[in-house]
Design a protein around this ligand. Sequence first.
Ligand SMILES: Nc1nc2c(ncn2[C@@H]2O[C@H](COP(=O)(O)OP(=O)(O)OP(=O)(O)O)[C@@H](O)[C@H]2O)c(=O)[nH]1
Ligand SMILES: [Mg+2]
Ligand SMILES: [Zn+2]
Length: 292
Amino acid sequence: MAEGRIIEGRGGLYTVRDTGGNRHVLRAKNRFRRKNITPLVGDLVVFTPTRGEEHGWISEILPRSSQSIRPPVANITQLVITLATEPPPDLMLADKLLLFAFGQQIVPLIVVNKVDMGPPLALEIKSAYDLAGVPVLPLSAQTGEGLGVLKASMAGHITCFAGQSGVGKSTLIMALTGIALETGEISWKIKRGKQTTRHISLIEQGGLQVLDTPGFSMLDLPEDLEPEEISLRYPDFTPYSAQCRFSACLHDQEPDCAVDKAARNGQIDPGRLARYRELLNHGQEKRRARYD
Ligand SMILES: Nc1nc2c(ncn2[C@@H]2O[C@H](COP(=O)(O)OP(=O)(O)OP(=O)(O)O)[C@@H](O)[C@H]2O)c(=O)[nH]1
Ligand SMILES: [Mg+2]
Ligand SMILES: [Zn+2]
């Protein structure tokens, strides 16, 4: 028996790096599938190594400190929500990723890549998320701007880069680690929805532990999240919510809502509140559908 971490998984084969740095390609025992458990990149596992003809097996998955469905990763401690000047930022996706992070003690960070391409978009995003206490870092993988600060913030973390296809996740990770990864030229421009990165991989280099993930644009709310719980994961709302007229205020259409007032006063980003209401209504519809 040995212990290691899953650094890649494809087609039912998992690459595990053991504590000595050696790689093993393993299968997972059937009982995981029977229990509906999927080994994830980032998982710490107990395994029997491959011996001669006999394939090695993952026999145990150690308890996870965090777990995300999309991207499907385990035990990350930092989430780098990657936006860029191009393609245009999907802030709803950013808000949903923040919901995941705030639900699980994952430290979020927003980066706005490709600032070499112009508009001070990073500043707008920064003012919106500053109020939520999420750092926003303008970056350029091309010129190197901001990379030193990003690298320093990653020390001691298992960092996962997530976001739309084409924002430059792989390019940034290459710039940070010096490890060659596949990057895409134009796939997002011709809007084929084709991702360049196809598999999640965990890269360990120079003290960094970082996961590159395929881009995506659709993300469901966490399964177990009730509509009433959504606003609890908005740290920018909490200073005001106690002052709403109704203690169970959902900050939607209720009278004398202090969160609504704070947004009108510029203390909460109005865009964040509008997107929150969209998520809330979506969550309520989903629940109605469940009980009808
Ligand atoms: N101008 C500019 N282009 C960049 C920068 N970073 C990345 N790019 C370009 O953006 C394109 C997409 O980069 P990728 O790194 O493949 O994007 P990705 O987020 O990994 O995309 P997926 O793997 O599909 O999710 C490539 O053509 C990169 O050269 C940057 O800072 N400035
Ligand atoms: Mg990529
Ligand atoms: Zn309210």
